[in-house]
Design a protein around this ligand. Structure first.
Ligand SMILES: Cc1cc2nc3c(=O)[nH]c(=O)nc-3n(C[C@H](O)[C@H](O)[C@H](O)COP(=O)(O)OP(=O)(O)OC[C@H]3O[C@@H](n4cnc5c(N)ncnc54)[C@H](O)[C@@H]3O)c2cc1C
Ligand code: FES
Length: 278
């Protein structure tokens, strides 16, 4: 990082992947090789991605820290900056500053079973930790991924879902909302919390990582409680709007936490300590 804490690294868009309507993944390479060699991050962290003249947006780093030489982000077009980003092409240069925030404590999850539950565009923060875990597969016991989207076309990372489906050392369950299936759909049909209840994964020695839209999270937590998961063993990420990203501006404050510094990764036990709207 340069001496100016707000100064972004210039990053070249090496690859653009169309994931779903309005959703793209960028593979980014540091323009300055030395910056790239010094750069380190851990699963769960995020950055501020900028388009010159448009502003900055917060996205998680969606690639795994075990894959060196590049970072990836996946974003949905929602407004000013994400529209400007979406107009960028392979070879364009954008800005990135980070990494910021806390991490998924995967070192503490050694020898536990892992249950990943994701909905829609919330797979990116989880994809980082899933690849991190798969690259260190021998450290963990059973790995189960339950991923749902509104419709088949809204599933992101379709190529990787195919790859995960073929693997014998993980169990992948995909689902789409009722009415979102295509004629050749072979996955489940139903909302994510319903499918979690149906699959009923064991809570014994299991860590659950849940990322998704608020409504999915709201209905999934009680299912996990019924399955016997302790609040300390359930992790999620918060996506409060941010500005500085490292605890200076107060924009992301909630209760006693700055989400950018104390989060974005929280356990359900920590969230239960927050004001009611969370
Ligand atoms: C830690 C963290 C990680 C994130 N990771 C990702 C990611 O990997 N991929 C991704 O697509 N998005 C992610 N987001 C959300 C993303 O930051 C916003 O969608 C994005 O900044 C919108 O920028 P914009 O300028 O295009 O939209 P704006 O023009 O600023 O806003 C467009 C609309 O989106 C709403 N909006 C903007 N930011 C947020 C937000 N944080 N939460 C809810 N609504 C918002 C606005 O209220 C408005 O309605 C993350 C947010 C945080 C805090
Ligand atoms: S975004 Fe500035 S304090 Fe968190």
């Amino acid at each position: 990082m340069t001496d100016n804490i707000y100064m972004p690294f210039p990053m070249k868009i090496e690859k653009v992947i169309f994931e779903a309507p309005g959703v793209k993944t960028f593979r980014l390479k540091f323009m300055n090789e030395d910056d790239g060699n010094k750069f380190n991050f851990k699963a769960g962290q995020f950055g501020e991605y900028s388009v010159y003249g448009a502003g900055e947006s917060t996205f998680c780093i969606a690639s795994s820290p075990t894959r060196k030489g590049y970072i990836e982000c996946t974003f949905r077009q929602t407004g000013k900056v994400t529209n400007a980003l979406s107009d960028c092409e392979e070879g364009s240069v954008i800005g990135f500053r980070g990494p910021y925030g806390n991490i998924f404590p995967i070192d503490e999850w050694k020898d536990r079973n892992l249950l990943f539950i994701a909905g829609g565009i919330a797979l990116p923060p989880m994809r980082c930790v899933i690849w991190n875990v798969l690259d260190l597969r021998e450290n963990f016991r059973d790995v189960t991924i339950i991923y749902g989207a509104r419709s088949v076309k809204d599933l992101v990372y379709k190529h990787e879902l195919e790859e995960w489906k073929e693997r014998r050392d993980i169990q992948l369950i995909t689902t789409v909302d009722p009415g979102g299936e295509s004629p050749d759909w072979k996955g489940e049909i139903g909302f994510v919390p319903t499918i979690v209840e149906k699959i009923a994964p064991s809570s014994k020695d299991t860590i659950a990582i849940v990322c998704g839209p608020p409504v999915m999270i709201k209905y999934t937590f009680p299912v996990l409680a019924r399955l016997g998961f302790a609040d300390d063993d359930i992790y999620t990420t918060l996506e409060n709007r941010m500005k500085c990203g490292f605890g200076k501006c107060g924009r992301c404050n909630v209760g006693k936490y700055y989400v950018c510094k104390d989060g974005p990764v929280f356990t359900l036990a920590q969230l239960k300590d927050l004001p009611d709207e969370y």
